[in-house]
Design a protein around this ligand. Structure first.
Ligand SMILES: Nc1ncnc2c1ncn2[C@@H]1O[C@H](COP(=O)(O)OP(=O)(O)OP(=O)(O)O)[C@@H](O)[C@H]1O
Ligand SMILES: [Mg+2]
Length: 242
């Protein structure tokens, strides 16, 4: 994969000096400690690192759902912090797709209705959204489960619904937090290939957090995170531990 990385790629996502902490009881917990990160146009960047090092926090900041305490976050050349409420809503609705680690499916809605949400937020008609949702659910192998509710699905099926919801509006930036954690090896590979087909192309950018060593070789770049910082960014062929 690394071999066909565009040679004139420009950064789509840029983070400089990003810090973030949380108040936990009477303690201040410093989670991100000056993150330097970038992801290039048309590429797949994977973020790897031990549990608790700040990966999900970092993704939430890129997606504009969490505000950094300090530092700069630029996506497509625009400073996310400087967007007003309206621009930020539009950025999240149109430009970003997020596949959550905990799926976050809405239990009272059917599978198809869950996947329709990003299209409806973008202003698509119900019929358009229903069609787009059933197409992408077909691609993740769930066309026979459109009318089920999330609690009637296995963990891996729920994960595929979450992935379909992240892909359905074809966002320019797709951010996936452990997208294969509940999938068997074969299904995991197929799903990553599907994500790549849809989201790794010019004008788009794909970032995946994963512990799944079976999919590392799909990455154009691997960012190793440790204790709230990106320690290295390397192309996978050059990784000593690969
Ligand atoms: N809202 C919060 N309040 C207090 N602490 C938080 C909050 N969110 C995250 N943390 C802490 O920040 C640290 C990093 O959390 P984060 O979810 O980003 O880790 P992670 O790298 O995604 O871990 P994992 O691989 O287990 O998903 C953890 O120690 C977590 O407890
Ligand atoms: Mg996490």
């Amino acid at each position: 994969m690394a071999g066909d990385t565009p040679t004139h790629a420009r950064p789509v996502i840029e983070l400089h000096g990003v810090t973030k902490g949380f108040q936990s009881g009477d303690q201040w917990v410093s989670v991100l400690k000056g993150v330097e990160f970038q992801a290039m146009d048309g590429t797949l960047t994977m973020i790897v690192g031990p549990s608790g090092c700040g990966k999900t926090t970092l993704l939430s900041i890129i997606a504009g759902t969490l505000h950094p305490d300090a530092g700069h976050v630029r996506v497509f050349g625009r400073e996310v912090e400087q967007l007003d409420a309206h621009q930020l809503n539009s950025f999240r609705a149109r430009d970003v797709g997020f596949v959550f680690q905990q799926f976050h499916l809405i239990s009272t809605l059917t599978v198809q209705e869950n996947v329709m949400i990003p299209k409806l937020i973008q202003g698509a008609s119900e019929a358009e959204a229903a069609k787009a949702a059933s197409d992408v659910l077909d691609q993740v192998g769930l066309s026979h489960m459109l009318k089920r509710r999330p609690n009637q699905l296995s963990g891996g099926e729920q994960q595929r619904v979450a992935i379909a919801r992240g892909l359905v509006h074809q966002p320019r930036v797709l951010i996936c937090d452990e997208p294969t954690s509940a999938l068997d090896g074969e299904t995991g590979k197929k799903i990553v290939q599907l994500i790549i087909d849809i989201a790794r192309r010019p004008g788009r950018c794909l970032v995946i957090v994963t512990h799944d060593t079976r999919i590392y070789h799909y990455a154009d770049m691997i960012a190793q995170m440790e204790d709230g910082m990106i320690k290295t960014m390397q192309i996978p062929d050059k990784l000593e531990w690969h």
